[in-house]
Design a protein around this ligand. Structure first.
Ligand code: GAL
Length: 416
């Protein structure tokens, strides 16, 4: 059962959803790059069309670490925003603390259970009740490439790690930066999990980053993952430390770097820059992961409010997010695919189609895996433990892969 405070809020939410009073929704999010801002603007417009007002609470910082810190301090001081971009197991953490309002009434009316695949709806529920609404499904294991630079270097865009290193050598020999990267912990972790999936496969990945299985974490395969991950460092430029992910994407867009390994929010940047998939840029699964899909689902959770207008606005926002109009327009801008099933695909590009197909196919083969780097596979403590080791190892001159493996296994154990 939800805690009392949230339950009262939930009941009021259900009642006021039927009324027409306009309210304000303060929305905390970290959607601040060009593509992300275009996407979040869709939600703002939809809400304003209903007569509600949008109070923007944007906290910059890719991956949302800073936004989550700010959210915690607002919540602890008893003044949380009406809605926040929260996802994965941390929805459960907020539910347990009793902060969230139930959206079950809106969800029942809108038949969300039949509109969402279970892999999505399961994450949105706390103790069986909807407490969050999904805006999209991101595929994280992507490689973005500038085909012109590959032509110049006379080499094919890689689909395996062997090919990746071979191509990287040739690109570098031509004076081209092979891999655009931003040295921030979450970006290091994004690259690391792509390597882990490619080198170890889905079963290994799940055992390590979902089950947090010590034997897998300490295995020789994990040593190979760390070694392969470290090898990529030779192919990033000296200015990578601290660089934001969208700046790294712009290097691929502008022809300064040949590739980026990043989730498909990067596609939002190509779109915002007026570039076309398959022409100006190429999307391929990250090396050796073509049959797999690392998922990252963005969602908004609602915080229990006491005023009727605010609750009505929250209910409207939750309803609007699930509408086909929103799911299409938001995702065209964001680079992701709709969370809602049965949507018309015609407005989407070839990368989105590939993502939609891979999402369905990977669910059948057991290759649909939750993103560790984006908070879908573990709670925030275990994720933080992995981040620390991964980023320290990537930047260290003398830590061996074997030592990093032992450190990570121990850090995860201590976080449980
Ligand atoms: C992810 C998030 C995406 C995108 C990205 C960069 O964690 O799910 O929506 O915002 O970080 O900030």
């Amino acid at each position: 059962m939800l805690k009392i405070k949230a339950l009262v809020g939930a009941m009021a939410l259900a009642v006021s959803a039927a009324s027409v009073s306009a309210g304000e929704v303060e929305v905390l999010h970290y959607l601040t790059s060009s593509g992300e801002a275009a996407a979040v603007n869709v939600l703002k417009k939809e809400l304003e069309k209903e007569g509600h007002s949008w109070k923007d609470f944007a906290v910059a910082g890719g991956g949302g670490e800073t936004a989550m810190t700010v959210l915690k301090s607002r919540a602890v001081s008893g003044n949380p925003p009406a809605a926040a971009q929260i996802k994965g197991p941390s929805i459960q953490e907020w539910g347990e603390l009793g902060f969230l309002a139930s959206l079950d009434d809106v969800a029942k009316q809108g038949k969300w259970d039949s509109l969402l695949p279970p892999v999505v709806s399961d994450v949105m529920k706390y103790e069986g009740e909807y407490v969050a609404v999904p805006v999209n499904v991101h595929r994280v294991n992507w490689l973005w490439a500038n085909p012109e630079l590959f032509k110049q270097a006379g080499v094919a865009i890689p689909t395996t790690w062997d090919q990746f290193f071979d191509a990287a050598e040739k690109l570098q020999a031509k004076g081209i930066i092979p891999l655009a990267h931003g040295g921030q912990a979450w970006q290091d972790a994004t690259l690391f999990e792509a390597v882990a999936l490619g080198v170890g496969g889905s079963e290994f990945y799940n055992k390590a980053f979902h089950d947090l299985d010590q034997q897998t974490l300490k295995s020789n395969i994990m040593v190979k993952v760390f070694e392969t991950f470290k090898k990529t460092r030779k192919y990033i430029d000296a200015d990578a430390p601290g660089r934001d992910w969208n700046i790294a994407t712009s290097m691929v867009i502008n022809g300064q770097a040949a590739m980026q390994i990043m989730g498909d929010w990067a596609k939002g940047e190509f779109t915002a820059a007026g570039k076309n998939a398959g022409v100006d840029y190429v999307c391929l699964a990250a090396p050796d992961t073509s049959g797999a899909f690392t998922f990252n689902i963005d969602s908004f959770a609602m915080f229990a409010l006491s005023d009727d207008e605010g609750q009505a606005a929250q209910a409207d926002m939750a309803r609007l997010v699930m509408e086909p109009t929103f799911q299409e327009t938001f995702n065209l801008n964001k680079g992701s695919i709709p969370a809602r099933l049965g949507m018309d695909r015609s407005a989407f590009d070839s990368c989105a189609h590939a993502s939609m197909d891979a999402f369905v196919a990977s669910a059948q083969t057991g290759d649909l895996v939750p993103s560790m780097a984006h908070g879908m596979s573990t709670n925030s403590r275990a994720q933080g433990a992995i981040y620390d080791v991964v980023t320290n190892f990537y930047n260290s001159k003398n830590l061996s892969a074997k030592e990093a493996v032992d450190k990570m296994a121990r850090a995860i154990k201590a976080s449980l």
